[in-house]
Ligand binder design. Structure first.
Ligand SMILES: NC(=O)c1ccc[n+]([C@@H]2O[C@H](COP(=O)([O-])OP(=O)(O)OC[C@H]3O[C@@H](n4cnc5c(N)ncnc54)[C@H](O)[C@@H]3O)[C@@H](O)[C@H]2O)c1
Ligand SMILES: CC(C)[C@H](C(=O)O)[C@@H](O)C(=O)O
Ligand SMILES: [Mg+2]
Length: 347
């Protein structure tokens, strides 16, 4: 276990800096005195783009690579054309650091309100492929802006890329009590990519006889996520389906303010990056309404990834207790929630 953490911090835009401040507060409170935390802040995002036209210069990417991990708030701002920061900063990081496992756990914490009827049991993890699919930027537009425009956005799926993420998902399923893996795709229509995914799950599955596998088309998966969320244990899916499903998963487990994620490079050749599933929420930025819990839970994922499972568990217990104590009557600010969580992990 490393006795120091050299952390890169990208607060980003909108509510990003607000929630990251709370994540760092809780991280500082949970770490034992003999683990040294060093943080380096990177000013990347809308302000930087407006000032210099840069999204993520190569020199900065190289500096980021020297860290043990990255904590990111959120990027994206209405003053910047859509896609500039998303592609030029966030996706550039995920691709450059080969974050092929985009890990998004979904758990309904005790006493947390779900919009679903009854008291649904929800405890699954989405293993979203992070470096391929329609996200790769393989496309273009001809006769742009004319009535004859043609635009393409090709989904890239390689045997190598699909196999490594499917294998990771099987490993996670094998380690969980229910040992179930659901492939979500759309192989009735996307027959080329879909069949590659299905064949890969079938082939790799033979190496994991204890893991039960099933398959759902993505449209049906959205039904079951609402009507029978308990049927899911580990979901493996492509980059775009995973993006959409994990916002839905957040909505059924207490809201987007609670959903954490890790962009993992499993072999550790590059730093992994931890961030809430949500975006920069320009509609509530600066109001103190942002829930920092998703970022705090992302810090727990970060600690577990770096080999500090006890700290991760302390954070998760603190969140569980905090959510149980929450009352709609007493809405708290971002800062107050951060203070409460920091007090719980250090108490
Ligand atoms: N990882 C990222 O950096 C990331 C992720 C998603 C979206 N984005 C970007 O963020 C910008 C806004 O995107 P969007 O509006 O589609 O999604 P969003 O996640 O920012 O907001 C969706 C809704 O959820 C609410 N919300 C989000 N986080 C919350 C929190 N912590 N507490 C309480 N409420 C919260 C917002 O107020 C909004 O009503 C866009 O530029 C988008 O590209 C970035
Ligand atoms: C901002 C965007 C590029 C990103 C994605 O699509 O992956 C976001 O929605 C997410 O879920 O992290
Ligand atoms: Mg998303």
């Amino acid at each position: 276990m490393a006795r120091s953490i050299n952390l890169a911090v990208i607060p980003g835009d909108g509510i990003g800096p607000e929630v990251v401040a709370q994540g760092l507060k809780v991280l500082g409170a949970v770490l034992p005195a003999d683990i040294k935390l060093e943080t380096t802040e990177y000013a990347l995002g809308a302000q930087r783009w407006h000032a210099t036209g840069e999204t993520l210069p190569d020199a900065e990417l190289e500096r980021l690579q020297s860290h043990d991990a990255i904590l990111l708030g959120a990027i994206g701002d209405p003053s910047v054309p859509s896609g500039v920061l998303e592609r030029g900063l966030l996706l550039k990081l995920r691709f450059a650091f080969d974050h092929y496992v985009n890990l998004r756990p979904s758990r309904l914490f005790p006493n947390t309100a779900s919009p679903l009827a009854g008291e649904p049991q929800i405890d699954f993890v989405v293993v979203r492929e992070g470096t391929e699919g329609p996200y790769v930027g393989n496309g273009g537009s001809m006769r742009t802006g004319t009535p004859a425009e043609v635009a393409t956005e090709v989904s890239l799926n390689t045997a190598y890329g699909v196999e490594r993420v499917v294998r990771d998902a099987f490993e996670r399923a094998q380690a969980r009590p229910r040992k179930k893996l659901t492939l979500v795709h759309k192989n009735n229509v996307l027959v080329h990519a879909g069949h590659l995914w299905s064949r890969t799950v079938e082939r790799i599955g033979r190496e994991y006889p204890e893991v039960t596998t099933d398959y759902l088309h993505v449209d049906a998966a959205t039904i079951f996520m609402v009507t029978q969320p308990q049927r899911f244990d580990v979901i493996v899916t492509d980059n775009l389906f995973g993006d959409i499903l994990t916002d839905l998963a957040a909505a059924i487990t207490g809201g987007i303010g609670l959903a954490a994620s890790g962009n993992i490079n499993p072999a550790g050749a590059f730093p992994s990056m931890f961030e809430p599933v949500h975006g920069s929420a320009p509609d509530i930025a600066g109001t103190g309404k942002a829930d920092p819990t998703a970022t705090v839970l992302s810090v727990a994922l970060l600690l577990r990834h770096l080999g500090h499972p006890a700290g991760a568990a302390r954070i998760e217990e603190a969140v569980t207790a905090d959510l149980a104590a929450r009352s709609a009557a007493t809405a708290r600010t971002t800062d107050q929630i951060g203070d409460a969580l920091a007090a719980r992990v250090s108490g």
